[in-house]
Design a protein around this ligand. Structure first.
Ligand code: PEP
Ligand code: MN
Length: 337
């Protein structure tokens, strides 16, 4: 349920509603908004009766939320959420571009990539230090040393860092270095990790599970928000289908569908989405045209030597050319950057 306060409701009236929710053994969530003050309610087992709140001073409306996801739904918060990452914004009119290697491999590799993507207009550096790999014999990442190299790249370039936390054991360490904590596709329904993310003081980039429906994905985001962290960014990275010509099938349908269902920002990863270097720029352009709030793109100074995902990584030159094209599309859809 959502309790919407009158525009002139006093702080004491808002507090009385919050207290009433608590006294019922339920959890109140303040929903920030430019137009109104609202309080979301979670923790109820069955439907709540709107009459319990409607008569209270300062209350305009008590509305049942029809979706199973509540706090992330547009019903509860009509305005777009803009996630502020230390002054760099994701969502609203801003187009966020995150770029960098799949894995941090060495000091030279990450610094060279960071400077190149910055020159091309990216505002975030991506790079994994803990890598979820299909085979246990493949490169698993540089762990804390990789995080330190990302911090060095941030120091030199001012780029914000996006890096993956793979498990609850290393989450606190990753969150110390990261500006945005990435949750990989394979962990999208790791519910204990999602609950822990609720307590982390960092924005979360929640990738879509390879076999997850949009609703399952939104429920995963709901876990993070319901446990206390409202700064969630969704990332479409392709789903598994019968198609074998591409690594995954980039589901751009998800962009407008999510935009109607949720207020959270939506970023697209064309690199994992199609998995083929030559086709990444086309899908990046399409994502921006479809209304994505940002892109996350794999870039490597020497893709053929990359320790992971070289086949889908752009060279710095290819990335710069892609950015020039993306800027034209972004301008056409009202998102100049
Ligand atoms: C990655 O970003 O390199 C990655 C492992 O992504 P995903 O979890 O989407 O496969
Ligand atoms: Mn990768």
């Amino acid at each position: 349920m959502l309790v919407v306060m009158k525009p002139n409701a006093t702080a004491a009236e808002v507090e009385a509603v919050t207290e009433k929710i608590r006294s019922l053994g339920l959890v109140p969530h303040a929903i920030p908004g430019a137009q109104r003050v609202a309080i979301g309610i979670t923790g109820n087992k069955g439907a709540l009766d709107p009459a319990m709140f409607e008569g209270m001073p300062g209350v305009r409306d008590a509305i049942r939320v029809s979706q199973p996801f509540k706090l992330v739904s547009r019903e509860v918060k009509p305005e777009d959420t803009v996630v502020d990452v230390g002054g760099v914004l994701i969502g609203g009119r801003h187009l966020a571009v995150m770029a960098g290697p799949c894995s941090v491999e060495s000091k030279g590799q990450i610094l060279e990539t960071a400077h190149a993507v910055k020159r091309a207009g990216a505002t975030f550096l991506r790079g994994g230090a803990y890598k979820p790999r299909t085979s246990p014999y493949e490169f698993q990442g540089m762990a804390e040393e990789g995080l330190q190299l990302l911090a060095l790249a941030r120091e030199q370039t001012g780029l914000k860092i996006v890096t993956e936390a793979m498990d609850a054991e290393t989450l606190a360490l990753v969150a110390e270095y990261a500006d945005v904590v990435q949750i990989g596709a394979r962990n999208m329904q790791n519910f204990s990790l999602l609950k822990q993310l609720g307590r982390v003081q960092r924005p979360v980039l929640l990738k879509r599970g390879p076999c997850a429906t949009i609703r399952e994905w939104l429920m995963a985001a709901e876990y993070v928000v319901a446990h206390g962290n409202p700064r969630v960014v969704l990332c479409e990275r392709g789903i598994r289908t019968f198609e074998t010509a591409t690594r995954n099938t980039l589901d751009l349908n998800a962009v407008p569908v999510l935009k109607s269902l949720t207020h959270l920002p939506v970023v697209v990863d064309p690199s994992h989405g199609i998995g083929l270097r030559g086709h990444v720029p086309a899908m990046a352009r399409a994502a921006v045209a479809a209304g994505a709030d940002g892109l996350i793109v794999e870039v490597h100074p020497n893709p053929d030597q990359a320790l992971s995902d070289g086949q889908q990584s752009l060279t710095p030159g290819e990335f710069a050319a892609m950015m020039a094209q993306v800027k034209v599309i972004a301008g056409a859809v009202g998102r100049p950057f």
